[in-house]
Write a protein that binds this ligand. Structure first.
Ligand code: AMP
Ligand code: ZN
Ligand code: ZN
Length: 343
């Protein structure tokens, strides 16, 4: 159901075949898709008290590595431990689970929670960096994942970015986080199983098979950016490798620059169209040690979610989301929005 933005379109319920969940598209009567703008203040902390700034390294939890690696030179990117980690890297991972009589299960809170500081300068964000510099941030994620996956107890690494207070950020200095888990999270298992089911029915990977047509925003040499067919959130964007790729950590230097350029371009478009909204991005890769039968159907992608509306009781109750903007309309607007020339 393609076409220009239409305020009179009737609601439609679409199934997101990758994540196996339903989304209700219900166009907001009062607002046209192009009227969606962020109103929130994106800057939680200020520079004077920022431990992530150059010169304040001693205020941070220990460094894991920096780029460039030479400790005497000025750094461009630092990967550090999180001072308030969600999981504890020093715990001994107990492989057995403790079960209660209700079927609830617990394992020890072992895992790694790291922070990637993306620039030494407080005011510089990903959109201010060149494609090669954004590519270096992506390669820092890869390098840290390569270290973490050597640990046999680690099953999955989630890379994510919170930008802006209502997207969960407490620090405004440009950074991302990585949490390495001893379990495979339920959304990851659900995605894997859903993609496997599609593969068994069709013989194809569902993301290789994505029909983009009116959902495409842009394409680069190795990646395409789209609004997904059943986008959970208004103006959500997925950046997908054009060739089948199971793991984000297989990214090489050439692809990193290419992805860096497209990611920057999408963030610029989103920022320009939606008035610099708070946002999250997540890298959805595949679990380590996965059964080889999953490899042909698992395809990683990067999801960008601008935070324009909160989650309410209906979403919490049903797991179904209501999205007021049809993906075709969001894609058209994002395709057409002009941004300043890239560096
Ligand atoms: P966010 O809250 O999403 O902005 O992420 C910032 C993260 O940085 C939080 O998870 C904090 O626990 C962490 N953090 C805050 N101060 C420090 C510090 N001095 N050294 C290392 N991590 C920190
Ligand atoms: Zn700072
Ligand atoms: Zn694929």
């Amino acid at each position: 159901m393609a076409g220009a933005e239409s305020p009179n379109r009737s609601p439609e319920i679409r199934k997101d075949g990758i994540n196996n969940r339903w989304v209700i598209f219900s166009p907001a009567r009062s607002r046209r898709p192009s009227d969606f703008k962020s109103k929130s203040n994106p800057n939680p902390n200020n520079q004077s008290e920022c431990p992530f700034c150059k010169g304040h390294e001693h205020e941070c939890a220990p460094e894991i590595f920096r780029i460039p690696a030479d400790s005497t030179s000025d750094w461009r990117i630092r990967v550090i431990q999180n001072l308030y980690p969600a999981l504890n890297r020093d715990l001994h991972f107990r492989n057995h689970e403790d079960s209660s009589s209700h079927g609830d299960v617990s394992v020890s809170g072992f895992g790694f929670h790291d922070v990637v500081i993306e620039s030494p300068v407080h005011s510089v964000h990903l959109i201010d960096l060149s494609p090669a510099e954004v590519g270096d941030v992506l390669l820092a994620f890869k390098a840290r994942i390569d270290q973490l996956r050597m640990n046999d107890s680690i099953k999955y690494v989630q890379v994510f970015k919170n930008h802006g207070a209502s997207a969960g950020a407490s620090m405004s200095h440009s950074h991302s986080q990585m949490i390495a888990l001893p379990i495979v999270p339920p959304t990851v298992s659900a995605r894997l199983n859903s993609m496997k089911e599609y593969y068994e029915q069709t013989g194809n990977c569902s993301l290789c098979d994505t029909r983009v047509d009116d959902l495409i925003i842009n394409e680069s040499t190795h990646f395409k950016s789209v609004v997904p067919f059943a986008a959970t959130f208004p103006f959500e964007i997925w950046i997908i490798p054009r060739d089948h790729s199971t793991y984000f950590h297989d990214l090489d230097s050439e692809k990193a620059v290419d992805l860096g350029g497209l990611l920057k371009f999408m963030l610029l478009k989103m920022s320009s169209q939606l008035n610099n909204p708070p946002f999250n991005f997540m890298i959805h890769t595949s679990p380590f040690q996965v059964d080889p039968s999953y490899l042909p159907c698992c395809h990683w992608f990067l999801q960008i979610v601008p935070q324009l509306s909160g989650v309410g009781g209906f979403e919490l109750g049903t797991g179904c989301y209501i999205n007021p903007v049809f993906p075709e309309d969001a894609a058209k607007i994002l395709r057409e929005v002009k941004v300043p020339d890239q560096k």
